[in-house]
Design a binder for this molecule. Sequence first.
Ligand SMILES: [Zn+2]
Length: 322
Amino acid sequence: MPEGFFMKWEAHTRTAEKILADFDAYHFKKYEKDLINGIIYPDSNDPKPHRGREETIRDCIKKSRERRLEYNSNDSFFYLGMAFHYIQDQWVGLDPDHEDYPRYERVIDRCTILDFGEDLYRYYPVQRQRVLSQFKRIEEVLKTRIKTPEELYSVALMSRPFESMAFLDLNLSYRVCYRVAEMVLRPMLNVSLNERLTQTHSEYTGKLVKMEDSAVVFLHELNQELGQIEAKGTVNGIKKWNQGRQIKTRSQSYKKGQHLEKIRAEYKRITVEMSKPFRAWYNVEVPELKLETENVKESKPETHPGVSVDGKLSPASHLYVK
Ligand SMILES: [Zn+2]
């Protein structure tokens, strides 16, 4: 095994370990193996050049986010590790076939990874303003937490200043990985939205069915009363007319589904509110609230469209990674 292979591997694993330590509070330690496996995977399984792999980085991050959403944390950490690998390789100053490459790797493996909050300023190659401003721009980007998926991908794909050095390569790439990890993992700590949407849908479907049933019963009662009035003959002309009119109005509003509007509106308001904080990160598909009309035709009279409920809840996700 070539020496360089090993050394590089070590820099990758050190990054993974440091990031796990950084996010220790979230008890991610149990996924260490997955993260490490992911971060070393490309070295033994991807013979293509590892630099300039923007598509792969993007893809790995997306997969990591998707798996996390599916509660498949093992795979999520694996893909996160893979993303780290390609991100870090972007920050290597030399081509692997450069004669100084093995030396570079030995240097990088001796470099300390500073804590995220520590100042890198004094390590910048300050001689030239243009170079310095490149570092300052990167520092500026890394200073704040990522807020959107677009930002996430643009941070992950940031490029290394031309004039840098091993120490900064390692430290800046670690910081990029840190920010990426933070946003892949943190918003995911609260993915209960999926369950809450499913539960709310089920609850409001129940309300809808109940309302539908009582509307059907009410119309039926009105019709029965009308029958009784009619049976009594013409004496009750006004009463009969009133009753008839009420039935007509009720039936019309029933057919338009007006008796269900309030429940639908409430469902919409609640689910929109619920998913608001997630919409920057996911496409949220609120499950549709509806009554299933087909099943009911046999059990209910034709004049009432009939009702049954789409009570079967799909186990599928209501959230899609952007
Ligand atoms: Zn590599």
